[in-house]
Design a protein around this ligand. Sequence first.
Ligand SMILES: O=P(O)(O)OC[C@H]1O[C@H](OP(=O)(O)OP(=O)(O)O)[C@H](O)[C@@H]1O
Ligand SMILES: Nc1ncnc2[nH]cnc12
Length: 179
Amino acid sequence: MKFEDVIAMIREYPDFPKKGILFRDVLPIFRDPKAVEVLIDHLSEKLSEINAKNGGSKIDVVVGAEARGFILGALLAQRIGAAFVPVRKSGKLPGKVSSVVYEKEYGPDTMEVQYGSIQANQNVVAIDDLLATGGTAGAVERLVMEQGAKIIANLFIVELVDLEGAKKLTAQVYSAYKC
Ligand SMILES: O=P(O)(O)OC[C@H]1O[C@H](OP(=O)(O)OP(=O)(O)O)[C@H](O)[C@@H]1O
Ligand SMILES: Nc1ncnc2[nH]cnc12
C-alpha cells in the first residue's frame, strides 16, 4: 500500500457537525493495520528529517490532543520509543494539572496535562489528526512550553490551509495532506 492510498481513505462529510463544515474523517485509516503502518512510517520519517535539521535531539515525549490525537500519539510514541502524554479537555485528568484556556469557534475552552507528566528540558512532539484554526495545537504548544519543555514539531494528517492554523504555532508544522 502506498501513502497516497492511505490519504484516499479519509472520508468527507458535508455539513457535519453543523451546516457549512466539511468534516474530514480519518478514522477509516485505523480500521486497516497496513494503512496504519504506512501512515506511522511516513510521519516518523518526516519527524526524523525535521529533528535532524534541528540538531537531532532524542525525542522524549509525544503529546496527543483529545480525542483523535490519542490514537496517533500512542502509535507514534511506541514507534519512536518515546513516552505518550495525553492533553485532555478540562476535568478529565486526575491529580494536579496544568491548564490553558484557548479560543474555540464559540468561545473559550480549557485543555489540561497532568502535572509532572512532561519534565523541564524534555524534547516533545505534538500530533493530532487535523489542523484547522490552530486553537487546539496552539494550546498544546503552550502547555508543553509551560512545563519548561521544548516543542520540536507539530505533526498532522490533514491541514486545512485556508484557516492558516500553522501561523499560530511556534514549532515547525508537518501535515501529510494539505487541502
Ligand atoms: O485547529 P482547531 O480549530 O483547534 O481544530 C482542530 C481540532 O478539532 C478536532 O478536534 P475536536 O475539537 O473536534 O475534538 P474531538 O477530537 O474530541 O472530537 C481535531 O481533532 C483537532 O483536535
Ligand atoms: N473540517 C474538520 N474536519 C474534521 N475535524 C475538524 N476539526 C475542525 N475542523 C474539522
